[in-house]
Write a protein that binds this ligand. Structure first.
Ligand code: FES
Length: 177
């Protein structure tokens, strides 16, 4: 599955026909802005989080700079190559909005669940065999006392929580947040 970008900027690099009443179009100014945005995205390691796409005419045809359409904010900008950094900053700062918990809040909840479940697993193991350590129970097959379905169920739940936490952490890295 492809993770959608946090921001997608469409940069016009269209050149209008000579003598067009709307001027020469964004043309070379758009090409320069597109190139600058691409290198800024690469420099910041945002290749999956910020997508930059070159387009034809967006219907604005500014006298200076080039037209940029910003998604998902739905904004139009007139910008030059020198504006690339600020344009990217603004687009990344606008992403998502207050639509739900932050990555840190989700990870905090999962970390608390993991701690609670890990305690349950070691407590249960020690009821089956006092003296077992947290290291021991990582190798349950070395301890026949742990051949207990309730302990394995609790340990499986712990593994599930850890797997979800690890998957979310990988998604967070991919999204650049
Ligand atoms: S040529 Fe760029 S918006 Fe029209």
């Amino acid at each position: 599955m492809v993770t959608p970008p946090r921001a997608h900027l469409f940069v016009c690099a269209n050149t209008r026909a000579e003598g067009s009443p709307l001027g020469e179009g964004c043309g070379a100014r758009g090409e320069a802005l597109y190139a600058e945005l691409k290198s800024e995205v690469a420099r910041r390691g945002l290749v999956t989080a910020a997508w930059i796409t070159k387009t034809h005419c967006l219907g604005v045809c500014p006298r200076a700079g080039a037209t940029v359409a910003e998604y998902p904010a739905g904004r139009l900008h007139e910008a030059s190559a020198g504006d690339a950094g600020a344009l990217l900053d603004a687009a990344m700062a606008r992403d998502a909005g207050p639509t739900g918990p932050t990555w840190d809040e989700i990870d905090g909840t999962l970390a608390a669940m993991e701690d609670l479940q890990a305690k349950k697993v070691i407590d249960l193991a020690r009821r089956l065999s006092p003296g077992l350590t947290a290291e021991d129970i990582k190798n349950p097959h070395d301890f026949p006392e742990l051949a207990d379905p309730d302990w394995h169920y609790a340990d499986g739940q712990l593994t599930g929580i850890q797997a979800v936490r690890s998957a979310l952490s990988a998604s967070r890295r991919r999204s650049g947040r």
